[in-house]
Ligand binder design. Structure first.
Ligand code: AMP
Ligand code: MN
Ligand code: MN
Ligand code: MN
Length: 276
């Protein structure tokens, strides 16, 4: 099977390596087809594409869009779209503007809890000042010795119900899938096993996603167990979704798995890359 890795991050969002370093590392790991999928920003695509070409590795455009559904934050990956598309770029710019405003509210919430300097601290870690994520706050809180590692920062401070978590309005499913499809791309539900959601709600979400034009789900993901791969392989068949595969690599120290180091898609699924 083709070694495709269609989900990873660079310093254009909350990854630790530059877009060209991500592409070179992917090629060195044996990846044959790469998509860089930074959160809500496609600024890294040109450099990643150039580095991929220099390594003889196939590359498609990608992005991981932050959406909300019934009050929950969900991620949708867009693949193989036109990066010049105006509506997609405007939609992503709107999400990025909301991120800076959310970061100020997160810092204010942490300040009330006795943790100061978090806005400036997180921004220092955000190489792209338009794309500040909870991961940048987590790195600051580790640096400030509030927690020993990024994982424990999330557990104690940055998930719903914890002091640094604030509600936020993200894009809708309809808008997100509309932007991706309008730019000629394919919309993919990212890491579906990660959402804290009932089976019934998940099925309702997948149905709505499909009705709005979504075509694929990640079956093999760095954050999926072998059981998850089985569960989402069956759901992909049931809903008629194409199947995607991606590591969700953020950096050598902060990831479930390295670029391209993933198991195969289960038999009987249609790989999303057959549609590129
Ligand atoms: P945001 O999009 O700003 O809400 O931040 C989400 C990002 O935080 C994800 O893409 C991951 O990079 C990171 N993240 C979320 N949950 C965790 C976790 N439990 N441990 C480590 N990183 C996490
Ligand atoms: Mn991330
Ligand atoms: Mn995600
Ligand atoms: Mn991701």
């Amino acid at each position: 099977m083709l070694n495709a890795d269609l989900h990873c991050h660079s310093t254009a969002s909350d990854g630790l390596l530059s877009p060209s370093e991500v592409a070179r590392r992917a090629a060195a790991n044996g990846v044959e087809l790469l998509a860089l999928t930074d959160h809500d920003d496609i600024a890294g695509l040109a450099a990643a594409r150039e580095a991929a070409a220099a390594m003889g590795m196939a590359f498609v455009a990608g992005v991981e869009v932050s959406i909300e559904w019934e009050g929950m934050q969900i991620h949708v990956v867009g693949l193989d779209f036109d990066p010049q598309d105006a509506a997609l770029n405007a939609g992503l710019a709107g999400i990025r503007a909301g991120r800076v405003e959310r970061a100020r509210r997160m810092a204010a919430a942490l300040e009330k809890f006795g943790i100061g300097g978090a806005f400036d601290g997180a921004m220092r870690h955000a190489e792209n000042p338009n794309l500040v994520s909870r991961a940048h706050f987590a790195r600051y809180l580790v640096e400030a010795k509030v927690c020993k590692d990024v994982r424990s920062v999330f557990e104690s401070y940055l998930v719903p119900g914890k002091p640094g978590y604030v509600d936020h309005r993200w894009a809708s499913v309809a808008d997100c899938v509309g932007w991706i499809n309008g730019a000629g791309g394919i919309a993919v539900v990212a890491h579906p096993a990660r959402y804290k959601i009932s089976n019934g709600a998940l099925r309702r979400f997948l149905g709505e996603f499909k009705d709005f034009g979504g075509q694929a789900i990640e079956v093999v993901s760095g954050s999926h167990s072998l059981d998850d791969v089985g569960v989402f392989g069956r759901l992909a068949r049931e809903f008629g979704f194409l199947a995607s595969r991606g590591s969700d690599f953020h950096g050598p120290q902060e990831s479930y798995v390295d670029l391209g180091r993933l198991g195969p898609l289960p038999d009987g699924l249609t790989p999303v890359w057959e549609s590129f």
